[in-house]
Design a protein around this ligand. Structure first.
Ligand code: 5GP
Length: 322
């Protein structure tokens, strides 16, 4: 029996399934999880989605988003735990600390760096997104897919492929997207909800952040800094800044874009994006983070100047083939 079949067998036998998503939630983890939530409920099971952090406002339109349980530790009472889009246990924050050892953990993910931390691990780094994998899971189970479920999966896929622009856009994910449209997804509505309903304060913050954009002397690395004073002055949270990194990334000649985001005094989340062959997951891994070749992240402690210096030096090392 392969991992997918083992996962199907266990889902079929369990009646109460907790679905766990990653810290700093975004469209793939949440879309995949809500798709499972709808599907399991439609199949007569009890299910709930857990996340430790607030949801970015653009995801609140997803059917079931208001049912997501914000919790630091998973409460008891579940027969099975399914973890989606998490490359390691740490990505779930402390949620899994509440998981009794006898409860099986299913790990479904598309990160190359996945640590296979589950009792069952289905990891496919060739998948565009975890959403694409969940679609394949439902197909393999020969279950009907409702319009709600399809909408969540479509949102997951377009988030992770940058609306079918990134290198992970494959014939397979486009075929899945086509099937999701046949199931009733309205693509322009999903795109409008995800990308065209910004809060004015977010645009004001973007404008300030872009006015401080920095670029390396050779024009190949560009970065934004979002520090606490700036965020507090504009009055919005980091969860609303997800797409900002696409601006430095879009500059001609830039190979690597970064965003330094201050989580707390002396603690910075670093988001990394690259174009082409530069593997930013190697940069993130040097600081105990992870991700994909063209999109990765990590957290560093230290003062801002020092954090920038360390990350930029590592990027140079990777760019120079080190
Ligand atoms: P983002 O910059 O949008 O938060 O994340 C980009 C990619 O890097 C995603 O695939 C995400 O899962 C991964 N990633 C971001 N931060 C971390 C981290 O701290 N640890 C690990 N392992 N992966 C991360």
């Amino acid at each position: 029996m392969n991992e997918l079949q083992a996962i199907i067998a266990i889902i079929n036998t369990c009646k109460a399934i907790a679905i766990v998503t990653h810290v700093g939630p975004e469209g793939d983890t949440i879309g995949s999880a809500l798709a499972c939530y709808h599907a399991f409920q439609e199949w007569g099971k009890e299910a709930a989605v857990y996340n430790p952090d607030p949801l970015p406002p653009e995801l609140l339109f997803l059917p079931g988003a208001n049912k997501i349980r914000r919790s630091q530790v998973l409460p008891p009472g579940w027969e099975l735990c399914m973890v989606l889009d998490c490359s390691d246990r740490g990505r779930t924050g402390s949620l899994l600390e509440g998981l009794p050892p006898q409860v099986p953990l299913i790990n479904i993910d598309h990160h190359k760096s996945n640590g296979r931390f589950g009792a069952h691990n289905w990891v496919d780094e060739t998948a565009s997104s975890t959403g694409e994998m969940v679609f394949r899971l439902f197909k393999a189970m020969a279950r009907p897919i409702s319009r709600e479920t399809a909408t969540c999966l479509y949102a997951a896929i377009i988030t992770d492929t940058g609306s079918f622009r990134y290198t992970n856009t494959s014939p397979e994910c486009l075929r899945v997207a086509a099937e999701l449209l046949e199931l009733g997804v309205v693509p322009d509505q999903v795109a409008e909800e995800l990308f065209e309903k910004r809060d004015l304060r977010e645009i004001q913050l973007l404008s300030e952040a872009l006015s401080r954009l920095e670029v390396s002397p050779d024009g190949t690395i560009a970065w934004l800094t979002l520090d606490k004073p700036l965020l507090e002055r504009v009055g919005i949270g980091l969860e609303e800044t997800e797409g900002f990194i696409n601006y430095p990334r879009s500059i001609r000649g830039v190979r690597v874009a970064l965003a330094f985001k201050e989580l707390a005094a002396g603690s910075y989340k670093v988001s990394l994006r690259s174009k082409g062959e530069v593997d930013v997951s190697r940069v993130a891994a040097a600081f105990s983070g992870g991700g994909h070749r063209n999109a990765a992240g990590c957290i560093l402690e230290g003062d801002l100047g020092e954090v920038k210096g360390r990350v930029l030096a590592e990027i140079r090392r990777v760019m120079d083939g080190g």
